[in-house]
Design a protein around this ligand. Structure first.
Ligand code: WQD
Length: 340
């Protein structure tokens, strides 16, 4: 009997890509989402890629009764928790919305996983490292105090998982700390769907290239980096999704060495904003309209992963080049504009 994985927030950017990889690995997947931050585009794309309808439950994970009902009526071997608000800037303006949504939903998931013996995989973020003192960051690098309520909810949810695993016998969990997820599925049927003006770099680049945005603002070129622009570890969304499958395999095959484990999910390669822009222009053979703008408050100068622990313990490493990822991101934007 195939194992079943619940993907909370499964209609979103990362959740939909993880659903495809889990299904293609042979897992049964249940997608649950309250659709507060996405439409059905990615869900329909997942079904098109897989050639079949997947079980989809529209629900809010802050509704404890609904979460308990879901776990009582389905056998859930593992749950991957994506359902959360994730806009850094919005979290500064609306902290209570972020704390109540992101914490309550995860507390409900943990309670149900404990009661039903499900493994837990939490979607964490490199944002927990803040402005790192040393690079690359390893899982032992200290967490810095969060620079936004959003980042703080990631740290608090890691602690919720750590403390729950310690207290409740049998509960096991992994936190994956993503760096910067970018790109889209090679089919161009699923990808990033930012609502309104994109906060993140790559969707702003592709929307500028397609003509939806006038000009990309590069937030600062006076940082202490080789070309003056910030450096990040951009991880291809399909590589990231495969890391989730490797982590679920580890939990369900009983290969965890501790009841709570953390893994960095990155490429280990720093790429600057300007390098990314130039790579996008080159691989897609176009000229991007951009200008140098003032720094954005809260940006860290540079952060990239030491991904060796995930390679050693999960048997996973990033395989796609940034050029491949940027070509897929552009194909997705053209698909959205009906230009593919
Ligand atoms: C990357 C670089 C910007 C937009 C955030 C969250 C993190 C995760 C990923 C959710 C920075 C520059 C950006 C633009 C620019 N989100 N930039 N012009 O801030 O590293 O990480 O998204 O989990 O938790 O913190 O990603 O893509 O916003 O920025 O110059 O229009 O691109 O200054 O240097 P970030 P980003």
């Amino acid at each position: 009997m195939n194992k079943t994985v619940l993907v909370s927030g499964g209609a979103g950017f990362i959740g939909s890509h993880v659903t495809v990889e889990l299904s293609q690995k042979g897992y049964e997947v249940i997608i649950a989402d309250n659709m507060s931050n996405c439409d059905e585009t990615n869900y329909r794309g997942v079904c098109a890629i897989l050639g079949r309808e997947l079980p989809f439950i529209r629900m809010d994970f802050c509704d404890r009764k609904a979460v308990e009902e879901l776990f009582s009526t389905h056998r859930i071997d593992a749950v991957i928790h994506f359902a959360a608000f994730k806009a850094v800037g919005e979290s500064v303006e609306e902290p209570l919305k972020y704390y109540s949504n992101n914490l309550e939903s995860f507390i409900n998931v943990l309670g149900a996983a404990r009661a039903h013996g499900s493994g837990v995989l939490f979607s964490s973020s490199a944002t927990v490292y803040g402005e790192p003192d040393e690079l690359p960051v390893t899982e032992k690098s200290p967490r810095q105090s969060a620079t936004s309520p959003y980042g703080n909810t990631k740290q608090m949810c890691e602690d919720l998982l750590r403390d729950s695993v310690k207290a409740y016998k049998g509960l096991k969990g992994i936190a994956l700390r993503y760096f910067n997820p970018i790109g889209a599925h090679p089919s161009a049927l699923i990808g990033e769907l930012p609502r309104g003006v994109p906060n993140n770099l790559v969707p702003f680049i592709t929307q500028t290239a397609i003509g939806k945005r006038e000009c990309l603002s590069i937030f600062g070129d006076d940082y202490p980096t080789p070309d003056g622009t910030c450096q990040r570890d951009y991880i291809d969304i399909v590589d990231l999704a495969k890391a989730h499958v490797a982590a679920v395999d580890r939990i369900l095959e009983g290969r965890m060495k501790e009841d709570y484990e953390i893994f960095n999910v990155g490429t280990g390669r720093p790429v600057s904003v300007m390098e990314l822009v130039k790579a996008f222009e080159k691989v897609n053979n176009l000229k991007l309209n951009y200008r140098i703008a003032p720094r954005r408050a809260g940006d860290v100068t540079a952060i990239w992963a030491d991904p060796s622990l995930a390679e050693k313990e999960l048997g996973w490493k990033a395989e796609r080049s940034v050029e491949q990822t940027l070509a897929a991101a552009w194909a997705w934007e053209k698909h959205l504009a009906g230009k593919d």
